[in-house]
Design a protein around this ligand. Structure first.
Ligand code: SF4
Length: 328
């Protein structure tokens, strides 16, 4: 039986961190056994806010690909490709821009939020406003049935559904309306306690050396009320404990929480347990990263294969689109 198709992508706007790993890539690895998955490096998306520095966007493409594979994406089970290598995305984006009312784009909640967040960049561009449209093209060009999203991203998918519906109503039924594959994304704090983000400079990267990871965790923010070793702490207020919830076993979580509340352990003891568990996850990734970095031909071959497969699927859809619109 034909598996249902899933599509998801990640912007090449910097290095991959453990928030990306546990929030997206590990979920992709699970999905590749259940669905027909298409995963891509969204380099054009990264340009919508990073257009002033295209070389940085370009440079992080390989880092993403290496980390996708190192974290367990299997090119025999899923299709891994680079967005800008499939020119059909741009054609569909253009055609969709003809039929999408401006108001739909302006009302996307993150449009103004992100402009605020990245105040130092000039984001009053068409490309930035049209971001959801490019995202829609990415999804519907593969006629994907599902897109893994968190609850807060459902409105983003709604616009893609509306645009697909509008195309189908105006011309012919070409696109299935993509559905949300609701996914719980764990909240991953950065080393300063804020959300882990490249732009905050608080991330632990998959490309960090073991020494760097250890140093970052050892200097990580804790419950601010626990100043001295004898102070009792509240684990729920400590970003270190939030990472324990992701990386440590239930027994270990209970032990460190108890030790924190009673001042039975120091923060360094607590962090050592976390370091051990983060290493357990990262060590196989580091080993696989080293293999891939040492064999650029393999990475190229895997990506070319993925690009070709994606291009074939995108071309099939564009054939239907041109036919529906009467543009041969
Ligand atoms: S003992 Fe652990 S959980 Fe408690 S404040 Fe220190 S680092 Fe955070």
């Amino acid at each position: 039986m034909q598996k249902e198709r899933v599509l998801s992508g990640m912007q090449s706007s910097g290095k991959v961190h453990i928030g990306n790993l546990v929030g997206a890539i590990q979920n992709w690895v699970r999905l590749q056994d259940i669905y027909e998955c298409y995963y891509f490096v969204a380099d054009w998306h990264a340009l919508t806010s990073g257009y002033a520095n295209p070389s940085a966007v370009r440079e992080s493409v390989n880092d993403l690909l290496i980390n996708f594979l190192a974290a367990g994406l299997d090119p025999e089970k899923c299709t891994i490709f680079i967005q800008s290598r499939i020119l059909e995305h741009a054609e569909l984006h253009l055609l969709l821009s003809m039929i999408t009312p401006l108001g739909w784009l302006e009302r996307v909640p993150t449009y103004k939020e992100k402009q605020q967040e990245l105040k130092e960049r000039d984001l009053s561009t068409y490309g930035f406003l049209g971001y959801p449209l490019l995202q829609t093209a990415d999804i519907i060009i593969y006629r994907a049935k599902h897109v893994p999203v968190g609850v807060d991203q459902v409105p983003h998918l709604e616009i893609s559904r509306e645009i697909a519906r509008r195309f189908n109503n105006l011309y012919e039924e070409v696109f299935p309306e993509p559905e949300a594959l609701l996914t719980e994304f764990p909240k991953v704090p950065g080393v300063d306690g804020r959300k882990m983000s490249k732009s905050y400079g608080n991330a632990i990267y998959l490309s960090d050396s073991p020494e760097e990871v250890e140093r970052k965790i050892k200097t990580m923010a804790t419950d601010p009320a626990r100043v001295r070793r004898t102070d009792r702490g509240t684990p729920e207020l400590s970003p270190v404990f939030q990472l324990h919830k992701i990386f440590s076993t239930k027994e270990e979580q209970d032990e460190v929480a108890e030790g924190c509340r009673t001042a039975g352990i120091g923060c360094l003891d607590c962090k050592k347990v976390l370091i051990k568990n983060v290493f357990r996850v990262l060590e196989p990734i580091w080993a696989r990263r080293a293999e891939l970095i040492g064999d650029p031909g393999l990475l190229r071959e895997i990506t070319q294969r993925g690009n070709e497969k994606a291009r074939k699927a995108a071309r099939e859809t564009m054939g239907l689109v041109r036919e529906a619109m009467g543009f041969y």
